[in-house]
Design a protein around this ligand. Structure first.
Ligand code: SAM
Length: 354
C-alpha cells in the first residue's frame, strides 16, 4: 500500500473511533440525564471554542503519530493495532455496566467492592472505584472492560497518546549504543492491561520487556494480550510501585503511563524515587499522564469537574503538582516536557557515571 493510502486509511480508522466515541458519549449522557438528572447538572458543558481547540490538538496528535511511524520509530502496523475481538465482545458489557457506575456516582459510593473481591493488603488509596468502575481495578470483568472504556473516554486517542513515549524512549536509549538490542531492559510501571508494552514491543522488537502492576486481574489480561504478539514474552510481576522489586540500576529505560494522577502526592514522590533507583546511570525515564492546569488553562473547567465525574480523588492535586521538581529531588537531570492533545510527558535522565 502506498504511504498516501496508508495515511488515509489511518485517518479514516481514527475518525471512525472518534465518531464512535462521540456517539457513545452523547447517547450515554442523554440516558444518564434521564435516569439521574442530578449527575447531568454536575457536568459542565465544554464551550464550542474549546471543543474546536481540542479537535485541532487531536488532529496534531494524529499527525505526529503518523509522522513518527513514517520516520520508523515504530512500524506502521502499530497504528492499526486494535483489540477488535475484545471490542465486539465487551462493548455491550460496557453499556450494561453504565447504570451501576451512575448509581455509584450519585450515591457517592467510592469504595464499593463485591464480597468475593479480596481488598486486603492493598494501599487504602488504591481500594477505590476509580472512574466509578465496578470493583475498581480488582476484578477480571473490570480488566476486560478497561481498554475499551479508556478508548471511549479519549475518542480513540488513548494509543496515539501512549505511543508518544516511544520517540523519547528510543532517543534516551541511544546512550547505550554498545548494548546489544536483546540486552536492553525496559520496565513499564503500572502496565495495566499491557497496551503500552505492546507499543514498546513494536518499537523495540528485541528488547527484554518487564511490566509490573498492583492488580492481578489486569496483569492476567496483560499476559493474555501480550502472548498474542511475536517476540519474547514480557516478564510481568505483581507489586506496589512504591517498592519496585528489582535491582538498583537495572533498566536502561523505565516508562509509566496514566499512573501518576491516580496517586496521592507523597506516593507520587516515592514511586519517582523507586523509578530512579532501578534506572541505570545514563538511562531514561518517561512519564505520560494527564495535562496539568498550567498547560491548558482553557481546559480548567473540564479539569476541575473531571475528578468528580470520573471519581479520580488525586487528580486535582496532580494537575497542580510540580513533577519536574519531584524528578529533580529524586536525582533525575536533563528533564524536558511535552504536551500532546490531553496528555503530558516528562522525559528525565539518570546522571551517567564517569
Ligand atoms: C489508569 S490505569 C493505567 C494502566 C496502563 N498504564 C495504561 O496505559 O492503560 C492505572 C494503573 O495503575 C495501577 N496502579 C495504581 N497504583 C499502583 C501502585 N501503587 N503500584 C502499582 N500499580 C498501581 C492500577 O492497577 C492500574 O493498572
Amino acid at each position: 500500500m502506498s504511504d498516501t493510502l496508508t495515511k488515509l486509511t489511518y485517518q479514516t480508522f481514527q475518525q471512525g473511533k472518534s465518531y464512535f466515541g462521540l456517539a457513545h458519549k452523547t447517547l450515554s449522557s442523554r440516558l444518564m440525564n434521564l435516569i439521574h438528572p442530578s449527575l447531568g447538572q454536575k457536568r459542565k458543558p465544554i464551550p464550542n471554542e474549546v471543543l474546536f481547540k481540542l479537535r485541532e490538538k487531536m488532529n496534531q496528535l494524529l499527525e505526529t503519530d503518523w509522522q513518527d511511524a513514517e520516520k520508523g520509530i515504530y512500524p506502521q502496523s502499530l497504528l492499526f493495532d486494535n483489540p477488535w475481538s475484545d471490542f465486539f465482545r465487551y462493548y455491550p458489557l460496557v453499556c450494561l455496566d453504565l447504570p451501576q457506575t451512575w448509581e455509584r456516582s450519585e450515591k457517592k459510593k467510592y469504595q464499593e467492592f463485591s464480597p468475593q473481591i479480596e481488598t486486603d493488603g492493598y494501599p487504602s488509596y488504591y481500594v477505590q472505584n476509580f472512574h466509578h468502575q465496578s470493583n475498581g481495578y480488582l476484578s477480571a470483568e473490570s480488566a476486560n472492560l478497561y481498554d475499551l472504556q479508556v478508548e471511549l473516554l479519549f475518542s480513540g486517542t488513548a494509543d496515539p497518546m501512549r505511543r508518544r513515549i516511544l520517540a523519547p524512549l528510543k532517543q534516551g536509549l541511544k546512550a547505550f549504543d554498545s548494548v546489544a538490542p536483546r540486552q536492553m531492559r525496559i520496565l513499564d510501571v503500572a502496565c495495566g492491561t499491557g497496551r503500552t508494552l505492546r507499543m514498546i514491543r513494536g518499537a523495540l522488537p528485541q528488547a527484554s520487556l518487564y511490566g509490573m502492576d498492583l492488580s492481578p486481574a489486569y496483569l492476567r489480561k496483560a499476559n493474555q494480550h501480550l502472548s498474542e504478539i511475536p517476540g519474547e514474552l514480557p516478564q510481568l510481576l505483581q507489586a506496589n510501585a512504591e517498592e519496585l522489586p528489582y535491582l538498583n540500576d537495572y533498566f536502561h529505560g523505565v516508562t509509566s503511563v496514566f499512573l501518576f494522577h491516580e496517586l496521592p502526592a507523597q506516593v507520587r514522590q516515592k514511586v519517582i524515587e523507586q523509578c530512579f533507583r532501578v534506572t541505570k546511570p545514563g538511562g531514561v525515564f518517561v512519564i505520560c499522564d494527564s495535562i496539568q492546569m498550567s498547560d491548558s488553562p482553557e481546559l480548567a473547567v473540564t479539569m476541575e469537574s473531571f475528578p468528580e465525574v470520573f471519581h479520580e480523588p488525586y487528580y486535582r492535586d496532580y494537575t497542580h503538582d510540580d513533577l519536574v521538581q519531584r524528578l529533580e529531588a529524586a536525582g533525575f537531570e536533563n528533564i524536558s516536557t511535552q504536551v500532546h492533545f490531553v496528555s503530558k510527558y516528562f522525559i528525565a535522565h539518570k546522571p551517567a557515571v564517569n
